[in-house]
Structure formats: C-alpha cells, structure tokens
Design a protein around this ligand. Structure first.
Ligand code: NAD
Ligand code: TYD
Length: 338
C-alpha cells in the first residue's frame, strides 16, 4: 500500500509515519507537510535514509500542488493529520485555523475525488462535541457543539469529509480522538509545556481553577487506532478514540511535578481561557467493537516515558522554543494576570 500522510512532520503525524514504516503498515509513505511552526523535520530523523519514505513540502490549501502530487503518486490512501491544532492560537488568530482546517481539508477531498483515491481517513478530535456534563459521555451520534475557532473548524471539516461519502461515495472515515500526549509534542499544549517548564524550574500556568477534565490518550495508541480504522473502518462512519483516562488538569500538573521531582510552588494560577470547555468525555466502544482496538499504554507508563523523553531531548525542546515560540508564549501568557 502507498499512503500519503498530511501533517507528517507534526506531533501525531510523525508518530504515525515512524510507526507505519517500523510496523510495515505501508510499503511507501509520502509525507505532505507545509512545515509550519509545528512541523519539524527533526521529528523524522529516526527514519534515516529509508527508501520507502519521501517528503513533499506542500500547503494543503494549494490545490494545484496537491493535485499534481496525487496524480503523480496515485496513492491507495490519504491519512489527513495536517491542521492548525492549538485552541489558544485559534483564539488569538483564527484566520489560519479556518484556512488550513476547513479550506485545506476541502482541497484534499476534492483532489481525492478527482483522482479516485480508494481510501481517506480524516483525523479529528473529541473537541467537536464541546463541553459535556457529567455523567454523560459522547458517542459518535452526540451533537456537535464546538466552542473555539479550532473545534468549530474541525467540526466543519468533519461534516465536509462525511458529505464526500454521502454525495460522491468517496471512501471516507473520520476519527475523533481525545487529548494526545507523548514524545515530540510541541510545548504549547498542556503536558509538554508543563514538563518542559518544570524541568527548567519555570512557573506552570494553570488556567482558572484547574478542574477542567480531559481524557488522555498516548500518541502511539492513537496511531494504532488510525491504522485500525484505515484497515477495518467503514466508509461514511465516525470513530471515537479515547484513552479511558479522565483527569482534572491540576492532577495532571501535580503528577508532572512528582515525576520531575519539582515543588508544588511552581504552580501559578492564571486567567482562564475564554470559552474554556469544562469537560470532555467520550466512549470508544464502537471502535473496539468493530476493529478490536483498545488503548494499551496506561497514563502512568505514558507520562513517565514522556517525562524521560523531554529530559533526554533538551536540545529538541530548546530548538522549538526559540524564534516564533517566544512570541506566542509572550502573547499567550504575559497577558494573563494571576
Ligand atoms: P501539530 O500541530 O503537532 O502538527 C500539525 C502538522 O500539520 C505540522 O507538521 C504542520 O507543519 C502541518 N500543517 C499545518 N498546516 C498545514 C498546511 N496548511 N499544509 C500542510 N501542512 C500543514 O498537530 P498534532 O497535534 O500532531 O495534530 C494532528 C491532527 O490530529 C490534527 O488534525 C488535530 O486536529 C488532530 N488531533 C490532535 C489531538 C491532540 O491532542 N494533539 C487530539 C485529537 C485530534
Ligand atoms: P491543551 O493542551 O491546549 O488542549 P485542549 O485545549 O485542546 O484540550 O489544554 C489542555 C487543558 O489544559 C485545557 O483545559 C487547557 C489547560 N491548559 C492550562 O491550564 N494551562 C496551559 O498553559 C495550557 C496550554 C493548557
């Protein structure tokens, strides 16, 4: 099988590319990535000179370049990760989020339709369901109630992807995963930000009361789920992917302090995020029933592996934290009063 992975230089996409080559999920992997601030060729250094891998620096919104690549390569499947993936950035600057997440997905769906691509997996998020009151949890038929420009752009792109099945019979499946964590995650998201700040003895900025709840999924478990959907998922269907591990943010931060051996005094309460979703919760019963997939890595194991990785990859963190990151960090945290 020859696959095109979009966003394969990002956090989850690069994990999928590394695993696809290692586990021989595909014979050829083409990574289509624009290399935004979040795309980092260093994430793929482990691949070395593997002849089964090729990189194409392309913006998914560039319909001509995308069309040329699809025509030239005739891939069997597209796994679509590329996105502007951060809620806080989408609040400060929504335009690129709508452009990439909605219009970029449209460009890819059109190219897939025109080139009769046999399979399309659209990678999405449980954030499209919005904040969920306990004790409820979202199944795939739960209403879409996106709160941020990020989650709204993903909800829109999910519907667009599904419409390509209904209207054109393009073989599309949509996955909706909970919060991922693991090595190579850009330190703008909760877990890598808190680990890298703790390791540098910097304040850990907790939004509001820190009692917001997220379900945590180890990135390799997510990639195995996507592979299961690629192989066994039904066209026109949505599959939730959760880690079966719900925790309040403050507890996650406290566990990071324990794992790094740093004091609680590093925790700093800062002004809450506007429109902050209180609780995400989902069931992945459908995915397990139809494909046999289950998360394998416990939060305890996954967090220790992640802390170890950040401890041992200080130069990766330093490189991504330079330049553009500093500007965003100032914008996002300097204006939040305690
Ligand atoms: P990321 O921000 O780490 O990486 C995004 C990648 O997409 C980068 O390599 C970037 O260069 C590329 N990209 C961005 N805009 C592009 C464009 N216009 N053209 C081509 N490439 C472009 O993101 P991630 O955390 O790896 O998320 C990957 C996907 O998984 C996203 O679709 C996201 O919505 C979804 N998702 C993420 C999480 C999570 O917790 N991180 C959870 C559920 C779903
Ligand atoms: P994040 O990693 O941005 O993922 P998402 O908003 O997509 O769930 O944030 C996870 C949770 O952590 C969310 O409730 C916001 C909170 N948070 C903080 O308290 N402080 C921070 O510095 C960040 C980045 C997030």
């Amino acid at each position: 099988m020859k696959i095109i992975v979009t966003g394969g230089a990002g956090f989850i996409g690069s994990c999928f590319v590394r695993m696809a080559l290692r586990e021989r999920w595909a014979e050829h992997v083409i990574n289509l990535d624009k290399l935004t601030y979040a795309g980092n060729p260093d994430n793929l250094r482990a691949i070395g000179e593997d002849a089964r891998y090729r990189f194409a620096q392309i913006d998914i919104c560039d319909s001509e370049a995308v069309g040329r690549l699809f025509e030239a390569e005739s891939p069997d499947a597209i796994i679509h990760f590329a996105a502007e993936s951060h809620v806080d950035r989408s609040i400060h600057s929504p335009a690129p989020v709508i452009q990439t997440n909605f219009n970029g997905t449209f460009t890819l769906l059109e190219a897939a339709r025109r080139n009769r691509i046999a399979r399309f997996v659209h990678v999405s998020t449980d954030e499209v369901y919005g904040s969920i009151e306990p004790p409820h949890e979202a199944d795939e038929n739960f209403p879409l109630r996106a709160s941020s420009p990020y989650s709204a752009s993903k909800a829109g792109s999910d519907l667009l992807a599904l419409s390509y099945y209904t209207t054109y019979k393009l073989n599309v499946s949509v996955t909706r995963a909970s919060n991922n964590y693991g090595p190579y995650q850009f330190p703008e998201k909760l877990i890598p930000l808190m680990i890298s700040n703790a390791l540098e003895d910097k304040p850990l900025p907790v939004y509001g009361d820190g009692q917001q709840i997220r379900d945590w999924l180890y990135v390799e478990d997510h990639c195995r789920a996507i592979q299961s959907v690629l192989e066994k998922g039904r066209p026109g269907e949505v599959y939730n992917v959760g880690g079966n591990r719900s925790l309040p943010n403050l507890e996650v931060v406290e566990r990071i302090l324990q794992a790094t051996g740093k004091p609680e005094s590093l925790i700093t309460r800062v002004t809450d995020r506007p429109g902050h979703d209180r609780r995400y919760a989902l069931t992945n019963a459908k995915l397990t029933r139809e494909t046999g997939w289950e998360p394998k890595v416990s939060f305890e194991q996954g967090l220790l592996a992640t802390v170890d990785w950040y401890r041992n990859n200080h130069s990766w963190v330093q490189r991504v934290k330079s330049g553009e990151y500093r500007r965003f960090y100032e914008l996002n945290y300097a204006n939040r009063s305690e």
